[in-house]
Structure formats: C-alpha cells, structure tokens
Design a protein around this ligand. Sequence first.
Ligand SMILES: Cc1cc2nc3c(=O)[nH]c(=O)nc-3n(C[C@H](O)[C@H](O)[C@H](O)COP(=O)(O)OP(=O)(O)OC[C@H]3O[C@@H](n4cnc5c(N)ncnc54)[C@H](O)[C@@H]3O)c2cc1C
Length: 300
Amino acid sequence: MKREMEDVVIVGAGIAGLATAVALKRVGVRALVLERSQGIRTTGAALTLFPNAWLALDALGVSHKLTRSYDPLVKGSVTNINTGDVQQVLFSEQAIRPVHRKALLEALAEELPTDTIRFSSKLAAIESQEQGGGASIAVVHLEDGTAIKSKVLIGCDGVHSVVARWLGLAEPVHSGRSAVRSLAVFPQGHRLKHEIQMFVDQQGKRAAFIPLNDREFYWFLTCKEENMTGEPEQIQREVLEKYAEFPSIYLDVVRHADLSTISWAPLMYRHPWRIIFGNLNKGNITVAGDAMHPMTPELG
Ligand SMILES: Cc1cc2nc3c(=O)[nH]c(=O)nc-3n(C[C@H](O)[C@H](O)[C@H](O)COP(=O)(O)OP(=O)(O)OC[C@H]3O[C@@H](n4cnc5c(N)ncnc54)[C@H](O)[C@@H]3O)c2cc1C
C-alpha cells in the first residue's frame, strides 16, 4: 500500500475544489486535489455568474480569462406564460455573464501546477489520527487502496460529500424540484439579442435560455419532481412534450440542444439551520462548496 504525506488535501476538482486550491496557491500553500473522474467534469453545461462570483474570480486572478470571451448580460425579460405579462429586467453593466462550465473549470485548473490534480482518485473513507498534544492528522483512504496523510483535509466533493457525512452534517434533502440543463448550438448563428429570456408558469415551471455567444445558448428548466433519468434524446423529447405550451422561441432552442451536454438532476439542499448548528469542521477536516451548503438556484 502506497503512503504519502501532504500539507493540504482537497477532495473534488469542481468549482469549489479548484477555487480553493488556487486561493491557497496565491498565499503560497500547495494543495493536492483528488478527483474521482478521469478528467474535469463538465456536467451542467454552463452557469450564469453573478457579481459576487466575479468578485471571487477577481480575487483569484482568473476573471480576465473569462471576461474576454463572454459578454455581459445587461438586459433580460421574464414572461408569465399563463397571463402573457412580460417583465423587463435590467442588470448593471459588467455584472452578469454566462460562462461554459468547462471554461470556468479550465481557467481555474490552469492556474495550478500540473501535478496538483490527481484524477481517478476516489475518496472512500477518512480517519483522524491523534498525534499527541491535541494535534491530529487526516488520513484519506482512496478506493484503489492508497492512503494519503494530510495536515489539512478540505472536502469539496459535492452534494453527496463523503467528508460532510464524516463530519456528521445532516444529509441534504430533496427540494421537490429538479433541473434540466444543456447547451443549444445554432451552427449558422442564432441572430437573437444578447439577453436572457425566462419563462415561468403558475405551476412552478421556470425555463430560460441565455446566449453564451453568437452560436450557442445555455438553456435550463426547473420544475417540480419529474423523473427524467433516461437517455439524452429522451430528456429532450420529454421537455418538448411536457413544455409544449411554452413559447416556440424556447422550444426551438431546446430542439437545437447539444445532446452530449444535456443533464437532469434533482435539486438538493441542506436546511440552513443544519449548517449553522452543524459541525463544519472537526480539527483539521472541513468542507466547502456544495459539500457544505448545497442549495437550489432559487435559494442561491
Ligand atoms: C444560485 C445557484 C445557481 C446555480 N446555477 C447553476 C447553473 O446555472 N448551472 C449549473 O450547472 N449549476 C448551477 N448551480 C449548481 C452549481 O453548479 C453547484 O453549486 C457547483 O457546481 C458546486 O461546485 P462544487 O465544486 O462544490 O461541487 P461539484 O461541482 O459537484 O464538484 C464536486 C467534485 O467532487 C468530485 N467528487 C465527488 N465525490 C468524490 C469522491 N468521493 N472522491 C473524489 N472526488 C469526488 C466530483 O466528481 C466533482 O468533480 C447553481 C447553484 C446555485 C447555488
């Protein structure tokens, strides 16, 4: 069995894990990032980043890499499809930009030395070993039998975090809503304005498309629990059938879905009081990102 010793181990190379590793690098601390996938996971397709996210990316020194590729959204509209009411929304200049998830993760990952992220490394279990004098070290056991000792362990392993469970944080609960997310590609250009268009109904459906550039949209919908765990074509077909009453402009974007990017996921959250009164750390082991505070987009 191979044994190693690290200063900081971060579990998960998602947004939280990579951002934490970049932040530590900026203050001169090296971290090892363990990721169970074989490469950067881009499930979710894209994200709309609001001002607080840009402040964080500024502090990490990576925002310039993204702002040169993605234009800000300054306008949008929300249409109530039951009443036909349209509400115009104005955003402050430079405040909100959609980005491909892949671009965001790569912008963070390329800040890190090449040996920082270790892929195909799935955390299976954790133990805390007392070192005397109140000090302890974390021992990370990977599924392949590797054990890594670390002075600090940060679980950024997402909503089903092994580290959060080890800390005794309450399991996330289902919000009763789920989300479909995807890119849509118009090879000849979509010719629509650079504006977010959102559609809501009185039954709690919320759908939107957001231009990423002249050819691509990020589109999503959130709805009450519906099981859409099938193949990409089936998810697309179900959206078109169940949302047939949505405006044709939205359905046309769904028809142009890049099926390799489509995903369906239940939206989970941890009750805020479970976070406030829960154990967010034990000694040198803690959590960040969805591992700590998973929430629905509406709550966020
Ligand atoms: C307001 C709001 C809006 C949002 N809007 C969007 C949106 O528009 N589009 C969208 O896609 N998402 C959206 N989200 C969700 C968002 O994508 C997540 O909050 C974000 O991805 C969490 O990042 P993370 O790094 O904490 O977790 P994750 O992205 O889940 O990353 C966790 C990483 O850990 C790895 N991992 C897990 N378990 C292990 C293990 N045992 N061993 C090793 N590695 C492991 C996983 O493979 C993964 O790479 C939104 C969330 C909020 C709050």
